[in-house]
Design a protein around this ligand. Structure first.
Ligand code: IPE
Ligand code: IPE
Ligand code: MG
Length: 249
């Protein structure tokens, strides 16, 4: 039992993916422009990363910009790109020092050259860090990811007989990253919004009405406690061997 959190280590997720939703509503509730909500959301990300390090959760994926988010007004899109650039400028050194390994999932081609290079350099700088892997889903879409994987599988001349779950996973942007155990969505929407559609096949879901900028350490702890009470059966009868044997009789 973790003294600080009361969590049982074996019941702790290895990988949490978060759909950080509700920045716009958070700003609207305060009569502020949407970008203020995105800034508040970014501040909250900093606190969240700290909590992940504290709780010893080794993988965090954040959904920060989807392939559909390009369809928002151009000033919001530009503002979001600018925020990513600012965050990399101001936070990279500290993240690196704290042992955070940055990964990017999605497609960088559509980003401006300067931003694209900054993302690539951040990934390279931190590639050997071990404490926390932070995957930033930026210009990410689950369908786009699967399309890219299929194209590459065909280009590589893979035989149909060799197409397995493992092979497909190895062609995704998330290759080498374990599937998420828990997906948290803030702000109450009950939908996947094109996020990790392949990888989430057996992920547990936790949806909270709390808007992303207000999702704090206590909220994360609540999600972890909820997760620790789930019985992940993966289509079987029970994860507990005893029950399986009893039911099989
Ligand atoms: C999530 O907050 C951040 C991004 C999608 C970039 P939203 O901007 O979607 O906030 P709401 O859903 O409008 O409140
Ligand atoms: C999902 O949120 C994408 C991110 C959090 C980056 P959206 O706000 O874009 O999703 P919908 O439109 O409510 O489905
Ligand atoms: Mg939203």
């Amino acid at each position: 039992m973790d003294e600080l959190t009361g969590l049982i280590p074996e019941k702790k997720p290895n990988h949490i993916a978060i759909i950080m939703d509700g920045n716009g509503r958070w700003a609207k509730n305060r009569g502020l422009p949407r970008l203020s909500g995105h800034r508040a959301g970014t501040e909250n990300l900093r606190r969240t990363i700290r909590a992940f390090v504290e709780f010893g959760i080794p993988y965090l994926t954040i959904y920060a910009f989807s392939t559909e988010n390009w369809e928002r007004p151009s000033d919001e899109v530009e503002g979001l790109m600018h925020i990513l650039e600012e965050v990399l400028d101001s936070e990279l050194a500290e993240l690196h020092q704290e042992g955070v390994r940055l990964k990017h999932i999605g497609r960088l081609e559509r980003l401006e050259k300067g931003l694209r290079e900054k993302v690539q350099q951040s990934v390279e700088l931190t590639e050997n860090n071990k404490r926390l892997t932070l995957c930033i889903a930026w210009n990410y879409g689950g369908r786009d990811e699967i399309n890219c994987a299929i194209k590459q599988i065909i280009k590589d001349g893979v035989s149909p007989d060799d197409v397995t779950d493992k092979l497909v996973s190895s062609y995704l942007f998330t290759a080498g990253i374990p599937d998420p155990d828990l997906i948290i969505r803030t702000s109450g929407e009950m939908r996947i919004s094109n996020f990790l559609i392949w990888q989430s096949s057996y992920a547990e879901w936790y949806v909270t009405p709390t808007l992303w900028p207000d999702f704090d350490r206590e909220e994360l702890l609540k999600a972890l406690i909820s997760y620790s009470n789930r019985d992940r059966r993966y289509g079987k009868i029970s994860v507990c061997g005893e029950d399986v044997e009893k039911n099989a009789q």
